[in-house]
Design a protein around this ligand. Sequence first.
Ligand code: EPZ
Length: 420
Amino acid sequence: MDKLVIEGGAKLKGEVTVSGAKNAVLPILAATLLTDEPCVIKGVPNLRDTNSMLKILRSLGKVAEFDKGKVGVCAGKASSYIASYKLVSTMRASFCVLGPLLGKLKKAKVSLPGGCVIGVRPVDLHLKGIKALGADVSIESGYVVAKANKLHGAYIYLGGVYGSSVLATDNVMMAAVLAHGKTVIESAACEPEVVDLAEFLIKMGAKIKGHGTPVIEIEGVKNLHGAVHSIISDRIEAGTLILASLITAGDVLIKNAQYKHLGALLDKLDEAGAHISRLDGALHVKGNKKLRAINITTLPYPGFPTDMQAQMMSLMSVTGGISVITEKIYPDRFMHVSELNRMGAQIQREGPHAIVEGVKNLSGAPVMASDLRASAGLVLAGLSARGETSISRIYHLERGYEFIEEKLINLGAKVWREKE
Ligand code: EPZ
């Protein structure tokens, strides 16, 4: 396994282009199961997770090619309806093949995804939704087994104890597009990635409205045809790069970034005193100003994204004052706290809160990545720290950040890879 080594202190300067959104491309690739016709998906990031999803599509009998020129072509009839534990356990987002398999084949056998370090990751809302559409659902040896003679439209309230669910909204939407009649999803997720999926389904011939709001209406159609679609840019990568510029007091132009997808983050950074210019399709971030400590609470979109919580904690670790970070989506999403404290951060966890007392400098140290966004937070901390930081288990990082080393090196960061 590799580790990433960072010599901290370099101010990032220059231009960087954000890749396609991981959390949009995964359900969109799954949605190609809803037609036998070819689909061409452009702007596909070359990530571990993307390749995992393509492997699952191939295991289901689809032709699923990915030319590193960012194009994914998926075609042909799904000859299998079973998504194996071996494949689903490598990436829990694979669970979003459940809806399209059920919608297209009226049967699906998908391994339960299991939990991960950020939380238990239940799927009760996914199952509630497909049952409402008429599926018989049972749990057999760790698999969700779903089948239906036919699927019918339904009114489905999809809010959970932690609010809306992104992939449950995706799964139910993909099961409903070929159902008989009208489906209304109440308390639907509003994330831009859910909107991008809906836009792709509409290009395939689906009848959907209200996507991006808490109420999505779907009128079932007989079948869907192939389509060509370009993935939206990755707002979490953009947010991570914004904080990379701020934490190194750099000066970076971040291209292919939609500021309208980053409202909550930019609002908080404005409050902290950051200088961020919103341009057309880009953001210019000059991190030359002392920032103020701020409090954040993660919430479903358009609230502050939980996927930016670790990265913001790193920035607040070197910002004077006391910041309180409250995690309302995944209350256990604090694996990065102990690693940041190894670097000299002063962070105290109190249940779903982390109290961060900013220090002047972090010190480089050997640390361990535990999940995708925690590893991004450790990279930011390493860029800012005095001395050398080595981050082990960086396969976590490779799941969601395309060419991140090259992007940082091009901005002047001293980053390299070593064998563990
Ligand atoms: C998506 O996961 C993202 N993944 C996650 O990003 C992101 O953190 C999460 O949404 C929240 O924004 C992808 O899109 C592939 P949820 P998802 O269902 O859909 C609870 C990353 O780093 N819940 O919106 O699995 C759940 O426990 C990843 O890119 C239920 O209670 O998350 C959580 O507390 C990490 N029952 C809350 O809802 C359910 O049936 C939101 O989870 C489903 C979820």
